[in-house]
Ligand binder design. Structure first.
Ligand code: FES
Length: 96
């Protein structure tokens, strides 16, 4: 049984770090109470949850990549938080 857990940190904010088990989807656990991230559709369509990720996580799907190229064409670390499965410790910053 793999119960490995990872830590999500929100640098430069007052939000406390969150521990989640391996392969958890961020959109199921992050809320306006426990994170600075706002979600809209939670299905990778609206772009509300655009963030910058520091850490090693699986690359975006073709659909996510398509939207990222429109929303943050010059930022290779930009991701849609709702599409992220946690496979490592990460830092999340709001994409400005
Ligand atoms: S919440 Fe809509 S793309 Fe993530």
């Amino acid at each position: 049984m793999n119960k490995k857990s990872h830590t999500i940190q929100f640098p430069q904010t007052d939000y406390e770090s969150i521990n989640l088990e391996n392969n958890q989807n961020l959109s199921e656990y992050l809320t306006v109470e426990n994170s600075p991230i706002l979600f809209g559709c939670r299905t990778g369509i609206c772009g509300t949850c655009l963030v910058v990720i520091e850490g090693d996580i699986p690359p975006p799907s073709a659909e996510e990549k398509e939207l990222l190229e429109i929303l943050a064409p010059k930022n290779p670390k930009a991701r849609l938080a709702c599409q992220i499965q946690l496979t490592n410790n990460i830092d999340i910053k709001i994409c400005k």
